[in-house]
Design a protein around this ligand. Structure first.
Ligand code: NAD
Length: 263
């Protein structure tokens, strides 16, 4: 029996089978979870519907997280199928204007870019918690988000997304404090670089991956399934004592300043 048997989890952020959200979905499915999915827009509807079917899910809803009405409607619709609540919500969503993910942070960051990066990448996690709170409370559920080292330290080109990830990580702690008394846990996985659609927007991403591979203690880049397993654990009862936590799944890169190979 898997450690997510009888758990019902909503996954927000699948765009393709390379998405980190998909790695999490597969890991959760392997552990017995029942899953529901959202897709950002019509362009992604077919692909997400097919992927959902491959893990035995017919629960697929539209949700652009910039719309409170769409977020609310996901939980209204989901509540018709999962009438006694939800065990988890996975938030694996990020956006920043592409031309603000390169060069000078100070010169290239616009007021609108800063606003939209924070709204889509950080506020949307709070909004999902707000609209999902009643369903989560019923089953003492868990919230999970995805972050990156660029929220803790300055890295080339990550720029405004780093500021948004810092906001997301802080929100994770505030949400944990707010929702903990209701038995709801809130955690994040800080994943190492993985080639996905979102990552393609970051300038010199390939070089970042090469450096991560050479400098990390495990001398490799992580896979979506390695990140997925950590996400599955955090949303399970095995992590019932863990909240407000940010776990790095990055082959240990965050823990070192130099790999040794440079000396
Ligand atoms: N790929 C990496 O190297 C890496 C590393 C650490 C953290 N992360 C984080 O993992 C998460 C998932 O990204 P990914 O790398 O799997 O890329 P991805 O492109 O597969 O997923 C990003 C998702 O965000 C969704 N999204 C963007 N704007 C949206 C909106 N307005 N409404 C609804 N959905 C929207 C997209 O539809 C897509 O499903 C992001 O938060 C990302 O920052 C990625």
């Amino acid at each position: 029996m898997g450690f997510l048997q009888n758990k019902r989890i909503l996954i927000v952020g699948v765009a393709s089978d390379r998405s980190i959200a998909w790695g999490i979905a597969e890991a959760m499915h392997e552990q017995g979870a029942e899953l529901a999915f959202t897709y950002q827009n019509e362009k992604l509807q077919d692909r997400v519907t097919k992927l959902a079917a491959s893990v035995d899910s017919e629960l697929v809803f539209p949700c652009d997280v910039s719309s409170d009405a769409e977020i609310e409607s996901v939980f209204t619709e989901l509540g018709k199928h999962w009438t006694d609540g939800i065990d988890g919500i996975v938030h694996a969503v990020a956006y920043a204007p592409r031309d603000e993910l390169s060069g000078s942070f100070v010169d290239n960051t616009t007021r609108e870019g800063f606003r939209s990066a924070h709204e889509i990448s950080a506020y949307s996690f709070v909004a999902l918690a707000h609209h999902g709170r009643d369903m989560l409370r019923q089953r003492q559920g868990a919230l999970l988000t995805l972050t990156y080292l660029g929220g803790e330290r300055a890295l080339p080109n990550y720029n405004v997304m780093g500021a948004a990830k810092a906001s997301l990580e802080s929100s994770t702690r505030y949400m944990a404090a707010d929702l903990g008394p209701e038995g709801i846990r809130v955690n994040a996985v800080s994943a190492g670089p993985i080639r996905t659609l979102a990552a393609a927007g970051i300038d010199n991403f390939k070089q970042m991956m090469t450096f991560n591979e050479q400098a990390s203690p495990l001398r490799k880049n992580v896979s979506t399934s390695e990140v997925g397993n950590v996400g599955a654990f955090l949303c399970s009862d095995l992590a019932s004592g863990v909240t407000g936590e940010i776990i790095h799944a990055d082959a240990g890169f965050h823990a070192v300043a130099l790999s040794g190979a440079e000396l």
